[in-house]
Design a protein around this ligand. Sequence first.
Ligand code: AVJ
Length: 323
Amino acid sequence: MTTNPQITVLIDDSDLHNELRADVRGGMASHPKWMPPKWFYDKRGSALFEQITQLPDYYPTRCETEILLEHSKDIVTAAKAHTIVELGSGMSEKTRILLDAFHNHGDLRAYYPFDVSDVTVEDSLEILTQTYPHLKLGGVVGDFTRHLHHLPTGEGRLVVLLGSTIGNMLPTERAELLTNLRQELKPGEQFLLGADLVKDTQTLIAAYDDPQGVTAKFNKNLLHVLNRHFDGDFQPENFSHVVIWDDKAAVIEMRLRAQKGMRVDLSALDMELTFQAGEDLHTSVSTKFRPDALRAELDAAGFGVTHHWDDERNYYTLLLAEA
Ligand code: AVJ
């Protein structure tokens, strides 16, 4: 009875390669040098992030899972959705908690993962087809910051954005995403957002600077990605993993600090980079939210927050908002 899920492909490997090239040309010419965090996630980077989610100090994934397990029935009842679209779905692992709850307590008819990685969308759909034979499945390979006008249609949609992915975006980028999303939705359609909250500095730093060194490896993986794409000669061991809490902006920053002066060749780009000793390459921001401020951002985009569910320690929150 199942038909093969239809996948809409809006970007391919060569688009990604070109985008990475543009980001290198822009970011490496800036002061300070910086790169957007989305380039960590090649095959090795994704596996390292998977390991991060299992670290004792990296609490966000566990908190979000705890909230989903504890409140999935309430979420189903409140959201009343027939269609789920998941942005940045990855392998849709946590989503399965929601899908199961909708199966038991709701009337869900369709699920659409939306992710930049074609392999990820294909693999997750293949697994889901077997587990949820009654669900209509489809997917989008695209960048939700650019391709939201390709949001799958369907009755009674719930768009979900989990994993504190929104924390990776800058305030203006968030405003743009939320506004665009609100515009895509019909009044009454829903948005479920997972976000990490401000808490004591020690806990925040420890989550990004584990003694096992997995996050350091993940951070340095960016340099491996650049070497591979552009025939580069970065020596990742000559950079150290640096984590900074910026209280004013409420962001955890990750950086790679040059341990000595260096020249780095990116042959395929005809580019030679110079690093001074101690110079930082900024590799990511991870925003931590204050509940009122996050609500205000959703309000400003035309959403109304109707529910929120937090974990026991108030480390993390799931917001349900209505368009
Ligand atoms: C997947 C972006 C939510 O910022 O917490 C984990 C990525 N980086 N450790 C985060 C990440 C370093 C993660 N997000």
